[in-house]
Design a binder for this molecule. Structure first.
Ligand code: NAP
Length: 261
């Protein structure tokens, strides 16, 4: 569908074949991109390596994004392997399970800082590290959710982190635009992934979502992948600082009543 032939992409955030980052990787591969992968912790390698190799990738490196040294190392390896890159995908988020249940007002200082460190500051750190590898410009993409804008029960600290992520994306887009680097976010509808399983009541999100979204269905990692390929392609060369909704139209609804009610 989209043309990414000749482009090189670094993708952070594949945990398994349910990951949104995996949907993005498959779409990039189908569009002709060469892909490098980075995963969070050593135990993930056994799952990520076979997936990456199935797309012909030989760059599969660990990086805990809370570590500046780890980020420096992974980008030094990427420079050795690819010389330059065209696309950076940030599909990373984390919050303590107890902060994704109960009341937001009870969020601890540590839980708040942890969620923001992993889910938001990492976009700044990865983008800064990627800049020298993008001398001819490029595309940076992150993943957000509607809970950034409206209160979604139990999403709590992650909603606040996503609001910060969206603002971060816009400030980065402003800084990097003069160098031809575009920075955008995809706001995806709820998809059952490892990260999503940490949110209490996630099944209810998906059920009520499909009942009221104009397209009357949940979105898939392949839907997100196709839109990510578009945003990273030259077809989106005039787009930066934008949140693109891949959510079956859910965000346009002003009154959330199901047809079935
Ligand atoms: P996922 O498969 O669990 O991916 C999340 C990734 O973040 C995992 O690979 C995870 O690794 C990684 N991560 C966590 N802490 C990290 C660290 N310190 N360093 C490096 N990587 C780390 O879940 P996903 O749903 O696809 O999430 C991808 C992105 O999409 C997230 O930003 C999420 O908020 C966003 N999003 C998801 C949905 C949804 O409904 N699923 C909707 C909208 C937006 P570990 O497994 O080791 O923790």
């Amino acid at each position: 569908m989209m043309e990414l032939t000749g482009k090189k992409a670094l993708i952070f955030g594949v945990a398994n074949d349910h990951s949104i980052a995996w949907g993005i990787a498959k779409a990039f591969h189908a569009a002709g991109a060469e892909i490098g992968f980075s995963y969070a912790v050593p135990t993930l390698e056994k799952r990520v390596r076979p997936l990456a190799e199935s797309l012909g990738s030989d760059f599969i490196e660990e990086c805990d994004v809370t570590s500046d040294a780890a980020i420096e190392t992974v980008f030094a390896k990427a420079k050795d392997r690819f010389r330059t890159i065209d696309i950076l995908v940030h599909a990373i988020a984390f919050a303590n399970r107890e902060d994704l249940a109960g009341r937001f007002v009870d969020t601890s200082r540590d839980g708040f800082l942890l969620a923001h460190n992993i889910s938001v500051y990492s976009l700044v750190a990865l983008t800064r590290a990627a800049m020298p590898l993008m001398p001819e410009g490029g595309s940076v993409l992150t993943l957000t959710y509607y809970g950034a804008e409206k209160v979604v029960p139990k999403y709590n600290v992650m909603g606040v982190a996503k609001a910060s992520l969206e603002a971060t994306m816009r400030y980065l887009a402003s800084d990097l635009g003069p160098q031809g680097i575009r920075v955008n976010a995809i706001s995806a509808g709820p998809i059952r992934t490892l990260a999503a399983s940490g949110i209490s009541g996630f099944r209810d999100y998906q059920r009520s979502f499909a009942g009221v979204a104009p397209l009357r269905r949940n979105v898939t990692i392949d839907d997100v992948g196709a839109s990510a390929a578009f945003l990273s392609s030259d077809g989106a060369r005039g787009i930066t600082g934008e949140v693109l909704y891949v959510d079956s139209g859910y965000n346009i609804m002003g009154m959330l009543t199901s047809e079935d009610e």
